[in-house]
Design a binder for this molecule. Structure first.
Ligand code: SF4
Length: 613
C-alpha cells in the first residue's frame, strides 16, 4: 500500500465520488484534519461541516455521505474493524454518525482508502465497485426493489470474486424510509438515523470492495504487534469482556429486566413478564456458533438458525440486545424465534431495528387506544404481542404502502399523523427513537440521550453501566453531568480511532495504539481533548441547523409518567431535576444557557478555523 501521509496507520487517500457526473478520484487524506480529529467520526464531522451548507435537504443531491475508517482500522488492533457513515440525517436533521463492523470496513482500508466521500445523485440506480484493479460506477437497475441479501449475492456473482465484500441498501433505502440503514456483510448495519435513505436518494444501491491486500503499514511495527498481542490475549480471557465472549449483547436482557429498565409495551413498563423467553439462554438454543468481525478476539456475535416450528428456515447473525428488546418486549413479543425471523426480514429490507421496533410499538399503543383502527392498518390487528401483524407491517413500511408510509416517518411522524396528545407517547429525542434503556431507572441516561448529537443514542455515553447496572444511585442527578461529559469525550475519540463499542478500551490504551500506529505521540489527556473538540464540532453542526436547548429534553413519558413495577417502580424524572443536570452539563461543557458553545470554548479547542469566529 502506498502511504502518502507523514502519519502511518492511514491509507493516505480518500475516494471522492460525484454521482451527478460520474467522476471518481482519489485525493490525499487531509493530514492537518487527521491530526486534529484522528479519523472516523472526527474526520468525517470536519469534512461534513466544511462541505455542507446549513439547511440542506438531507435527501437532496446536496447532502454528502462520508464513509470513514480510522488509523487503526484493519491493522490487527483488536475490535478495530469498523467504519462510520457520516451525513446529515434525514430522520432528525442533525449530524449523523452510524457504525458497522464485519469485514467490509476493513476491506475499504485494505483497498487503499481511508474513506469515501459521496456527493450528487446518479441518474439511474448504480453501484460503486472498488477493486485493486480500479474503481468504477456500475449499472444497478436490475437490483431495484431487491432485498439486501439478493443484492449482495448478485453483486458477488457479477464481480466473480467470493472475497468481494458488499454494503447495500434494501427497499427501505430506495423508498426513503427515514430510518433505512446500510447493511454490510449481510447483517452488519450502519443502523441509526437513515443513512440508507441518504444512499437511496443518491440512487446508490451498493458499494462492493474487492482487494487482495491484507496489510496496513504502521509506524512502529514490532511494538505495535507486541501491544496488539498483549491486549488480544487479555481480551480473550478478561472477566470484563466475558459477557461478550459467551452470550454477546443478549446477556443484557436479564440485567435490564432485573433493573426494571427494559422498555416494554412502548415504555409503559420496565419489566417484561416473559423476559426468560427472549433472553440469552432462550437464544442459546438457536446458536450454531459464535462469530467475529475481521480479526476480533472478542467474537461477540451469535450465528443462529431456526430449524423447526413456525419460523423455521431462517439463519441470522444476531439478534442483538437492542433488537430483542425494541422489537420484542417493547412490542409484547414473547418468542425469540419470532424475533430472529423479524430481524432477518428487517435486515433484508434495510431497516434500523431500533427505530422500526419503537415505531411499531407506538402504533400498537395507538391501536390499543383506538387511535388507529384495523381499517387504518391494512386490515392488520396491530396489537401488542400479535406476531403476524408485527411481521407483516415491515413490508408496508419498507415499501411505504398504506399506513406504512406514515410509519416510515418514525414515531415523530406517527405522532403528527395522529394529532392530539399522541406526542405524549412518542418516545424520541430530536426525532430519533429511544433505544432499549428506560431512563426512569437511570437518570443520567436521560441526559446522555438528550445531549447526544444524533438524537436519542446509547453509544455516546452509557451511564446506565454505573447506575442501573453498577453501584451509583440511579435516581439522583447530582454529579451525573460530569460522568456524561467525560464518557462523551472519550467515546468521540473512540469512534474516531475507530474501536468497537464492546471493547472497553481506556484512553491510555487508545493513545498507545495511536502512537504506535501513526508515529505521532498522543497521551491520555490528548485523547480527551480531541474527543471534546469533536463533540463541540458536532454540536456546532447542530446549532447551525437550528438546534439548541429546546431540543435537549427527554420525552414527556419519562418526565411525567411513573413506572409501575420493578426496582424503578414509582419513578419518573421530574423536569426540574432534569434541568439541574442539564444546566450543570452546559456549565461543564463551557456552553451558554441555550446550550451553545461559547467563543472562548471554541477558541480553546482550536475550532474557530472550521466553524468561524
Ligand atoms: S466485539 Fe463483536 S461487534 Fe465488536 S468487533 Fe468484535 S465481534 Fe465485532
Amino acid at each position: 500500500m502506498v502511504v502518502l501521509m507523514e502519519l502511518k496507520g492511514y491509507a493516505g487517500r480518500i475516494l471522492w465520488v460525484d454521482l451527478s457526473n460520474g467522476e471518481v478520484k482519489a485525493r490525499d487524506t487531509p493530514e492537518d484534519l487527521a491530526k486534529e480529529f484522528i479519523g472516523g467520526k472526527g474526520l468525517g464531522a470536519a469534512l461534513l461541516y466544511r462541505l455542507l451548507e446549513p439547511g440542506v435537504d438531507p435527501l437532496s443531491p446536496d447532502n454528502v455521505a462520508i464513509f470513514m475508517t480510522g488509523p487503526v482500522t484493519a491493522t490487527g488492533a483488536p475490535a478495530a474493524s469498523r467504519c462510520v457513515l457520516v451525513t446529515k440525517s434525514p430522520h432528525t436533521g442533525t449530524f449523523l454518525d452510524t457504525y458497522a463492523g464485519g469485514y467490509w470496513p476493513s476491506w475499504l482500508k485494505l483497498a487503499g482508502y481511508d474513506g469515501i466521500v459521496i456527493t450528487g445523485r446518479a441518474d439511474r440506480l448504480t453501484y460503486l465497485y472498488i477493486g485493486d484493479d480500479g474503481v468504477e460506477l456500475r449499472e444497478a437497475e436490475h437490483l431495484r426493489g431487491k432485498g439486501v441479501y439478493e443484492t449482495i449475492n448478485t453483486i458477488v456473482r457479477d464481480v466473480g470474486d467470493k472475497n468481494v465484500r458488499v454494503a447495500a441498501i434494501g427497499p427501505a433505502g430506495e423508498n426513503l424510509v427515514k430510518y433505512a440503514c446500510v447493511v454490510c456483510d449481510y447483517h452488519h448495519n450502519f443502523g441509526r438515523g437513515g443513512g440508507g435513505a441518504v444512499l437511496g436518494s443518491k440512487n446508490l444501491k451498493a458499494i462492493a470492495i474487492s482487494t487482495e491486500n491484507r496489510e496496513v503499514e504502521v509506524a512502529r511495527p514490532d511494538e505495535f504487534s507486541k501491544f496488539v498481542s498483549e491486549v488480544s490475549k487479555a481480551l480473550a480471557t478478561s472477566e470484563e469482556h466475558e459477557w461478550a465472549r459467551t452470550d454477546g449483547t443478549p446477556a443484557v436482557v436479564d440485567w435490564s429486566n432485573e433493573a426494571g429498565i427494559m422498555p416494554t409495551y412502548n415504555f409503559r413498563s420496565g419489566v417484561f413478564r416473559f423476559a426468560d423467553r427472549i433472553n440469552a439462554e432462550a437464544l442459546s438454543k438457536y446458536r450454531e456458533r459464535k462469530g467475529a468481525c475481521y480479526k476480533c478476539p472478542i467474537a461477540c456475535r451469535n450465528i443462529v438458525s431456526v430449524r423447526r416450528g413456525k419460523y423455521k428456515g431462517v439463519r441470522l447473525e444476531g439478534p442483538e440486545y437492542e433488537t430483542i428488546v425494541m422489537a420484542g418486549a417493547n412490542c409484547g413479543i414473547k418468542r425469540i424465534d419470532a424475533i430472529i425471523k423479524w430481524n432477518y426480514i428487517a435486515d433484508d429490507y434495510g431497516l434500523d431495528t431500533i427505530s422500526a421496533g419503537a415505531t411499531i410499538a407506538m402504533a400498537m399503543e395507538a391501536y390499543r387506544r383506538g387511535l388507529l383502527k384495523k381499517e387504518d392498518l391494512e386490515g392488520l390487528e396491530l396489537d401488542f404481542g400479535n406476531e403476524e401483524a408485527w411481521i407483516r407491517i415491515l413490508d408496508y413500511i419498507a415499501f411505504r404502502r398504506g399506513i406504512g408510509d406514515v410509519l416510515a416517518e418514525g414515531v415523530r411522524g406517527l405522532a403528527s399523523h395522529l394529532g392530539g396528545d399522541a406526542w405524549k407517547f412518542a418516545m424520541h429525542i430530536k426525532g430519533l427513537e429511544l433505544p432499549a434503556y428506560d431512563p426512569r431507572g437511570s437518570f443520567a441516561m436521560a441526559l446522555a440521550y438528550a445531549t447526544s448529537d444524533r438524537g436519542a443514542c446509547h453509544l455516546r455515553a452509557w451511564p446506565v453501566g454505573y447506575e442501573a447496572f453498577g453501584n451509583l444511585d440511579p435516581f439522583t442527578v447530582e454529579g451525573k453531568a460530569q460522568l456524561v461529559v467525560r464518557d462523551q469525550n472519550r467515546n468521540a475519540a473512540k469512534w474516531s480511532m475507530i474501536f468497537c463499542d464492546f471493547y472497553a478500551v481506556s484512553a491510555e490504551a487508545m493513545a498507545k495504539f495511536y502512537t504506535l500506529a501513526t508515529g505521532r505521540e498522543l497521551k491520555k489527556a490528548d485523547i480527551y481533548l480531541i474527543g471534546e473538540r469533536i463533540w463541540n464540532l458536532t454540536r456546532m453542526f447542530n446549532v447551525r441547523e437550528g438546534f439548541d436547548r429546546k431540543d435537549d429534553y427527554p420525552p414527556y413519558r419519562v418526565m411525567r409518567e411513573t413506572l409501575k413495577a420493578g426496582p424503578a417502580k414509582g419513578k419518573r424524572l421530574p423536569k426540574k431535576d432534569y434541568e439541574k443536570m442539564l444546566m450543570e452539563y452546559y456549565r461543564l461543557r463551557g456552553w451558554n444557557a441555550r446550550g451553545i458553545p461559547t467563543k472562548k470554548k471554541l477558541r480553546e479547542l482550536g475550532l474557530t478555523k472550521i466553524v468561524g469566529e
